[in-house]
Design a protein around this ligand. Structure first.
Ligand code: SAH
Ligand code: SF4
Ligand code: F3S
Length: 469
């Protein structure tokens, strides 16, 4: 999962557009931080606001409403929000000077975790809204426009998804041929380093019918590849159309029947929830892409225990063996934390060792960041920053080498590629490999939405170059 900040609509690149701000319709500028679920949520909030008369803009200076969809996972992510709010406050003041209003909203995991504290620290903020109440956004905004400041972080009893407006078909088409679909939200695992159970609440699975209907609408709008999302996506379960209890594996089989949907993925999974049916789906379902993000965090049993991951390194390796036996060409991706409290050199070497054994096609690794309210923050023996830095560097060098070797290993082979969008350079299009690498092809190789056979000719830093096979 790409948890590096997703900064779309970067205000740095649009601030100079201030002079052209003169449109009459209400405009909203949304900036998204954090994980894919926030990307999905930002789209759903945009849909809810569209129903309320707002059009989306990429130009922050002309926005009547600026909405930051925030991430609380590490301290840096959370602090970024406050520096951003400082800049937006200045823009709000400039707009006020010419008699125009700008509302500022904070949504997402920082909103849920810090609530009213955000308005205390940044008084220019008009509303704070947690992820479980996005369907109430239009009502909340109506009150904010009436002059109230609102903090809405109570968990709603009604089903948010049931009440969120559906995107217009034209809007879905604009969003492209790949899409996210949240099927599960929240987490009951309580890893001792993690804020997610506090910011997203306890595990909730969306019902089968809702998911199937949403996937059908996406397919109808030309989407070819759907990534099912959940903080613990493989803990998803629900009553199926046959009245039986389904797990994620069964759901994937059902979604694969939808005409037009050629590719399925899911993220993020927990090793403890990889059941036989899901592994069987990797064996029997061609639409399920041979790529699995399965975070392990550490290779040391002592640290895994302190993290409350509730499995050992050996359990993880044995699980991978079963998955690889089911699907030989599956590529692994993972998340790692270095410098968890009490991590010794030997613990860290165990992580390096595990990485060496697994051979990841890609991975994300982070320095442990103590989060207020989590058990890890109060544990003894915090690791000095310099040690964390050094460990992270060594781990990332190894992971980068594995990623590059994985790409190099594909040169000369023939693979399927979903053409996604025009390339950055004229004459090119960019596709997506089964393992999520960007694949650069000649623009005449096919149309957006086509799945074509290509031969890999060489690798770039994080991409593949290919020609029609
Ligand atoms: N649900 C997913 C992970 C969600 S958070 C899972 O269980 O794997 C995404 C990643 O952020 C985690 O896998 C972890 O590697 C990292 N992360 C979470 N909390 C962190 C913290 N306090 N410090 C550093 N990294 C953290
Ligand atoms: Fe966080 Fe652990 Fe839940 Fe993942 S499984 S979201 S790391 S508490
Ligand atoms: Fe961040 Fe919340 Fe996602 S803390 S990683 S935005 S679930």
């Amino acid at each position: 999962m790409d948890l590096n900040t997703i900064e779309r609509n970067d205000p740095d690149s649009v601030a100079q557009n201030a002079a052209v701000a003169s449109a009459p319709a209400k405009k909203v500028f949304v900036k998204t931080y954090g994980c894919q679920m926030n990307v999905y949520d930002s789209q759903r909030m945009t849909d809810a606001l569209a129903a309320d008369g707002y059009t989306a803009t990429d130009a922050i200076a002309e926005a009547d409403l600026v909405l930051l969809n925030t991430c609380h996972i590490r301290e840096k992510a959370a602090e970024k929000v406050y520096s951003e709010l400082g800049r937006i406050r200045d823009m709000k003041a400039e707009r006020a000077a010419v008699g125009r209003k700008m509302l500022i909203g904070v949504a997402g995991c920082v909103a849920q975790a810090e609530g009213a504290e955000i308005i205390r620290r940044s008084p220019a903020v008009d509303l704070v809204i947690g992820p479980q109440t996005y369907h109430r956004l239009p009502d909340v905004l109506a009150r904010v426009r009436g002059g109230e400041k609102i903090v809405e972080t109570e968990y709603a009893i009604e089903d948010k998804f049931e009440h969120l407006p559906k995107p217009k078909r034209a809007e879905m088409i604009k969003r492209g041929v790949t899409a996210f679909l949240t099927v599960q939200e929240g987490c009951d695992k309580f890893c001792t380093f993690c804020v997610v159970p506090y910011t997203r609440g306890s595990e909730v699975s969306r019902p089968v019918a809702q998911i199937v209907a949403e996937a059908e609408r996406l397919a109808d709008a030309g989407v070819r590849e759907v990534t099912l999302l959940g903080q613990n996506v493989n803990a998803w379960h629900g009553k199926g159309e046959d009245g039986m209890e389904w797990g994620l594996g069964r759901l994937l089989f059902r979604l694969a029947e939808i005409p037009g949907l050629a590719r399925l993925r899911y993220t993020t999974s927990h090793p403890r929830d990889m059941d036989d049916e899901l592994i069987a789906a990797h064996r029997d379902l061609p639409a399920l892409m041979p790529y699995l993000h399965l975070p392990v965090q550490s290779g040391s049993d002592r640290i895994l225990k302190a993290m409350n991951r509730r499995h050992t390194a050996k359990d993880y390796l044995a699980l991978l063996e079963r998955i690889r036996a089911a699907r030989g060409d599956i590529a692994l991706s993972g998340d790692f934390i270095v410098g968890f409290p009490g991590e010794t050199d030997a613990d860290f070497e165990a992580t390096m060792d595990l990485v060496g054994q697994v051979n990841y096609a890609s991975a994300f690794s982070f320095k442990y960041s103590p989060r207020p309210g989590t058990p890890g923050a109060d544990m003894p023996d915090h690791v000095p920053e310099a040690v964390k830095d050094e460990r992270l560097q060594r781990l990332q060098a190894l992971l980068l080498k594995q990623q590059q070797d994985f790409g190099l290993g594909l040169v000369g082979s023939t693979i399927d590629t979903l053409i996604e969008k025009p390339g950055r350079q004229a004459g090119q299009k960019v596709g997506r490999s089964p393992w999520l690498q960007p694949v650069i092809v000649d623009e005449k190789a096919g149309e957006i939405g086509d799945i074509i056979r290509v031969r890999i000719t060489k690798t770039g830093y994080n991409s593949l170059f290919a020609e029609l096979a």
